[in-house]
Each structure stands twice: as C-alpha cells, then as structure tokens.
Design a protein. Structure first.
Ligand code: FMN
Length: 177
C-alpha cells in the first residue's frame, strides 16, 4: 500500500535536511508520496488534517530543538492540539559527546507529540554524529522498516478482522512497538 507522508525538518546546519532528502528518495523509489517541509514558519495547524509524519530533527544548545523548530515547538506546547489522528516516526540527530542531552531535541518532540495523542510507529532512530556512521545512510536503512510498520498498521486499521483471521491461520505475526 502506498503511503502519503510529510517529513518535517528541524535543522541548524542542514544535516537533517540532507537526511530527509535521502529518506524521501528511498520512500519514493518504493512508491510512496513524500513531501518535505522545513519547520520554519510551521505551526500546530500542520497536523490539523492528521496523517503520517516523519519528524527529522537535530539537537542544539542544552538539549534544545534547533532554531528553525523553536516557534513550531512552542506553538504545539501553547495550543496543545488533539493529535489522535497523527501517526509519526522520529529521526533524532545528535552527538553522544553531549552525553546528558544526547538527541534531546528529538526526544522532546517525541514526548510532546505522544502527550498530545499522536501515535509513534517504531522506536526513535537516534543518530550519533561521533559514531563514524553517516546519518543519511543509517536513516535510509531505518526508514524501510519504519514504512513497512506504518503500512502494516494502516492495513490493520482498515481491516482488523482480516488481520485477526490471518493471525489465527498461523501467518507471521506483526509486532507493534
Ligand atoms: C553548538 C552545538 C550544540 C549541540 N548540542 C547537542 C546536544 O545538546 N545534544 C546532542 O545530542 N547533539 C548536539 N549537537 C550535535 C548536533 O545535533 C548534530 O551534529 C546534528 O547532526 C546536527 O544536525 P543539523 O546540521 O541538522 O543541525 C550539537 C552541535 C553543536 C554544533
């Protein structure tokens, strides 16, 4: 099933945007429709119609979200919209050198979205800039699994009985995190 999703990018020096572009390439090659939006000038209204989102953000300062995400984050905290129609995944970029605040920008988004009723699919991807791996490569691998889980969840939501029947018949069980 083809997904239609939006990647929201919080970045200071462009790494998260590059990661989002790589992820977009991978997802589009798999037949999904992907829009990238920088968090600059976004507000809580971006989630109004619900849907599937990928948050891709770095961390700065003392575990803060990047500058271009500050207003967006503040508007979510202020307006506290009901996000029960939102499904999301989260790619958090950070550096373990900042050991007390590793990936805290992404973690803060995750906590807030969950508080507001959004549902995360799969664990956060936390990329460590000091690990020697390239974030766009790690994210390109991770997102394949993420998209499969979102697809499985959507199929289940659309046809819960069919899912139960397949499971009862001994088909592989899909584990949701
Ligand atoms: C001044 C500065 C502060 C940072 N603070 C943190 C931090 O508190 N925690 C963390 O995990 N990473 C921190 N980082 C690492 C960045 O989040 C990481 O390098 C990320 O890949 C940058 O992505 P971007 O170019 O999209 O902003 C910091 C980097 C800089 C330059």
């Amino acid at each position: 099933m083809a997904l239609s999703l939006t990647i929201l990018v919080g970045t200071m020096t462009g790494t998260a945007e590059m990661v989002a572009q790589e992820v977009q390439t991978v997802l589009e090659a798999a037949g999904h429709a992907v829009t990238i939006r920088m968090m600059d000038d976004l507000d809580a209204g971006v989630f109004q119609a619900g849907g599937t989102f990928l948050i891709c953000t770095s961390t700065y300062g003392q575990g803060d979200v990047p500058d271009n995400a500050q207003e967006f984050f503040a508007s979510l905290e202020r307006e506290r919209p009901d996000l029960t129609g939102v499904t999301y995944g989260l790619i958090a970029l950070g550096d373990r050198t900042y050991k007390d605040t590793f990936c805290e920008g992404g973690i803060r988004f995750d906590q807030l979205l969950t508080e507001l009723g959004a549902r995360r699919t799969a664990e956060l991807l936390k990329h460590d800039a000091s690990s020697g791996t390239l974030p766009e490569e790690v994210a390109a691998q991770w997102v394949v699994h993420w998209a499969e889980m979102v697809e499985a969840d959507s199929a289940h939501a659309n046809n819960p009985d069919g899912e139960n029947q397949r499971q009862a018949a001994g088909s592989p069980r899909i584990t949701r995190i």
